[in-house]
Design a protein. Structure first.
Length: 63
């Protein structure tokens, strides 16, 4: 299964973001989450890969 979430972390506080990321991890699915502020995903730590999209190309980003 694949879970697609757009700007899912934008309006959550740090505690709720961490709980959401843990719940998504417990699902055992591949999840793609978008966001304009990569800092909002810091609670994922090493559980995630980060990508940037610009000028028609997608590249893995360091985090």
């Amino acid at each position: 299964p694949l879970l697609l979430l757009d700007e899912v972390a934008a309006h959550l506080d740090e505690r709720r973001r961490a709980a959401l990321f843990d719940a998504i991890g417990d699902l055992g699915v591949q999840a793609w989450m978008t966001g304009a502020d990569c800092g909002l995903f810091s609670a994922l730590g090493g559980r995630a890969q980060y990508f940037t999209a610009a000028r028609g190309s997608i590249r893995e980003a360091a985090h």
